[in-house]
Design a protein around this ligand. Structure first.
Ligand SMILES: CC(=O)[C@@H](O)[C@H](O)COP(=O)(O)O
Ligand SMILES: NCC(=O)COP(=O)(O)O
Length: 268
């Protein structure tokens, strides 16, 4: 199906972290997150997003260098607010930076950045990264105090954490979905009123639980958030890569079967 372009549709940042997760599970070079990023750009991704974690559990320093050299779309470098990360970002000079919180034991980014409680530190980081030519975004919860603090410290953008909404969606908890959608929408509107560019991301998915495809009655979590008019960018990774498995698995099986059949024929 070909969709007519919607001029106000959110840009899509494709997060490639979990291609690296899969690669690192075996310690070899495959699958290469750079190859995934190249394919993503060719397929229409507007932005390539990646998170260089302090523990390097998925993306590694050499991936960052290779991405910077080879990717022509804007890079969105997600990082904790540490001196080490700020130094790496200054050397890399990605187009976009998203400052995120990190905890060693978390399985993923479980909450938003505490901006209101560390304004001097964030003000300094935003100024440093702006001086390096990076557009800075702060990854925060849809909390009015954090949104106002983001504007105060000079960040031009915020990305609202959609993880709680995404979890409610997986559980199909209608009351919680309605409450969290309204909270996100109010947060996006507050951000816009403060002059911020507003993004959203984390945990967003495409297929509805219990159905093979989203329907108008049970839209995907991605559709619900994308429909909010203040969302200028969506950043999606984990479920997008999971979705790729299901849209690509049948072809992968055919490719491996063909390889085996041809090898056996050639060996005869
Ligand atoms: C900040 C954010 O929400 C994600 O982009 C981030 O990359 C999550 O970390 P993991 O990819 O390690 O789950
Ligand atoms: N900032 C959110 C992001 O990049 C993607 O998060 P996820 O879809 O991997 O949960």
């Amino acid at each position: 199906m070909i969709f007519a372009p919607a001029p106000d549709a959110p840009l899509l940042g494709v997060n490639i972290d979990h291609v690296a997760t899969l690669r690192n599970a075996r310690g070899g070079p495959f699958p290469d997150p750079l190859a995934a990023a190249l394919l993503a750009v060719e397929a229409g991704a507007d932005i390539i997003t990646f998170h260089l974690r302090e523990d390097r559990r998925h993306i590694r320093d050499e991936d960052v260098i290779r991405l910077k050299q080879a990717i022509r779309a804007p890079l969105n470098f997600e990082a904790a607010v540490t001196d080490e990360m700020l130094d790496i970002i200054e050397r890399t000079r990605p187009e976009h930076v998203c400052l995120v919180p990190e905890r060693r034991q978390e399985v993923t980014t479980e909450g938003g950045l505490e901006v209101a409680g560390q304004k001097p530190r964030l003000r300094e980081a935003c100024a440093r990264l702006a001086a390096a030519g990076c557009r800075v975004s702060l990854f925060i919860d849809a909390d009015p105090a954090q949104i106002e603090a983001a504007a105060e410290v000079g960040a031009p953008c915020i990305e609202l954490h959609t993880g709680a909404y995404a979890n409610a969606w997986w559980a199909q908890d209608a009351a919680e979905m309605a409450r969290l959608r309204a909270r996100l929408h109010a947060g996006l509107q507050r951000g816009r009123a403060l002059g911020l560019r507003t993004h959203a991301g984390h945990g967003l998915a495409l297929w509805s639980p219990g159905t093979s495809r989203p329907t108008p009655e049970a839209p995907s979590s991605t559709a619900v958030i994308a429909a909010l008019p203040e969302v200028a960018e969506l950043h999606i990774g984990h479920a997008l890569m999971g979705h790729a498995l299901f849209v690509g698995l049948a072809q992968a099986i055919r490719d491996f079967q063909a390889e085996a059949v041809q090898a056996r024929a050639a060996a005869r």
